[in-house]
Design a protein around this ligand. Structure first.
Ligand SMILES: Cc1ncc(COP(=O)(O)O)c(C=O)c1O
Length: 409
């Protein structure tokens, strides 16, 4: 048995055991946080942690043995988003990619303008990069979204001014799954000759992502959201786009990003992109059917539930719902005890539970924002898992509601 397969078998059998010996079936429904490593990706990367250990920048046999693998991965990543391999820069994660795209563009185009447009619902990797630039004197417009988390294209067009140098708008939202009209955004950006960056960390590999038809100039991907290891990602930089590097160092990545390549992870990432592309349509329908089953089941068996996000224009596996009268964190703990891994819309920062900025931007009321719960599914989930969740969820919600002083029994 191949080592990767063996590891997978062991982890599958551990899945059903809890420390106390009691058996709790582990069901993973947090694919937007991270995904399990694909066994094929693990098989592909292992040789690069063992015999093929060379540095791809070395000219000798050990380097040559691996540089081809890095270039093959570059082509695999490029194919997923329809660009040329030379336009792909490997980075350490989605966060680095977003920082690089935004700060690198701002610095390169500083003489041309000082204005950036983004949205209020971006990932912190984008929001914090923009905030950092504001401290350096750049001006940032944060576009609002509507109650479904959808963007207003007219507001985007109106926000563009002479000094606008960058539009940074995500492809698919990590919390709600709402998919923005990226082709239209690209069209507007092109019309006004403004550089367009999109964070496609959640969208790539799940829905078609094509930088040509969407007129995207900069796009970010992250390996661990599509079955590759954590700690690898890519930034697509359209040929001819002026950029300042974030990481200065060696001549790697055509002088665009210094640092010795994370060869094993890059190889796995390339393969994961190829597989995601090949399986995209089948996985889209499979995962969406599971998500829809879960959504229908929750909405029909539990009262006072609110769907957060756009009802149709949504990533196939994402379901974000708020249950009146309960705290998302308590629900998550109860689900965890039943073996289910999901996620809440609140971030536990310095002891206080802050409701998510995405819920706030959508105008979700604070109590409902606190109860927002995200189930994000992937191709490994099954109908049985959905049905198990649908069986245990209503009594948990009922029990938690009965503990709430606001709940009118
Ligand atoms: C939309 C989005 N952008 C960026 C990131 C950051 O990616 P990474 O974890 O690879 O830094 C994430 C991770 O959750 C994300 O969901």
């Amino acid at each position: 048995m191949k080592p990767a397969r063996l590891l997978n078998e062991i982890s599958l059998s551990l899945k059903y055991m809890s420390p106390g010996g009691m058996t709790v079936k582990h069901i993973y429904m947090d694919y937007n946080a991270t995904t399990p490593l694909r066994p094929e990706a693990l098989d592909a990367l292992l040789p690069y942690l063992k015999e093929d250990f060379g540095n791809p920048s070395s000219v000798h046999w050990a380097g040559r043995a691996v540089s081809g693998a890095v270039e093959k991965a570059r082509e695999q990543v490029a194919r997923l988003i329809n660009c040329s391999a030379a336009e792909i820069v490997f980075v350490s994660c989605g966060t680095e990619g977003d920082n690089f795209a935004i700060k690198g563009t701002a610095e390169a185009l500083r003489a041309k303008g000082d204005h950036i447009i983004t949205t209020t619902v971006e990932h912190p990797a984008v929001l914090a990069s923009c905030q950092a630039l504001e401290k350096q004197g750049f001006r940032v417009t944060y576009l609002d979204v509507d109650a479904d988390g959808m963007l207003d294209l007219q507001a985007l067009e109106q926000a563009i001014e002479e000094k606008t140098i960058l539009i940074s708008i995500m492809w698919g939202n990590n919390e709600t799954g709402t998919v923005f009209p990226i082709e239209e955004v690209g069209h507007i950006a092109r019309k006004y000759k403004v550089r367009f960056h999109t964070d496609a960390v959640q969208a790539a590999g799940k829905i078609p992502v094509d930088v040509q038809s969407a007129n995207v100039d900069l796009l970010v991907l992250s390996g661990h959201k599509i079955g590759a290891p954590k700690g690898v990602g890519a930034l697509y930089i359209r040929k001819g786009s002026r950029m300042v590097s974030l990481l200065h160092g060696g001549h790697q990545e055509r002088n665009r990003r210094g640092g010795t390549h994370n060869v094993a992870s890059i190889v796995a990432f390339g393969l994961a992109c190829e597989l995601a592309g090949a399986e995209l349509e089948a996985n889209y329908h499979r995962v969406k059917a599971l998500r829809d089953r879960l959504e229908r089941g929750i909405l029909s068996s539990i009262t006072e539930v609110k769907l957060n996000g756009h009802p149709e224009k949504r990533l196939p596996g994402t379901l974000n719902v708020s249950f009146s009268y309960i705290e998302g964190e308590s629900l998550l703990l109860n689900l965890d005890m039943k073996g289910i891994a999901a996620s809440s819309g609140s971030a536990c920062t310095s002891g206080s539970l802050e409701p998510s900025h995405v819920m706030g931007a959508m105008g979700v009321d604070v109590a409902l924002a606190h109860s927002s719960t995200r189930f994000s599914l992937g191709p490994d989930n099954t109908e049985e898992e959905i049905d198990y969740l649908l069986e245990i969820l209503p009594p948990i919600v009922q029990r938690l509601r009965e503990m709430s002083p606001l709940y009118n029994k």
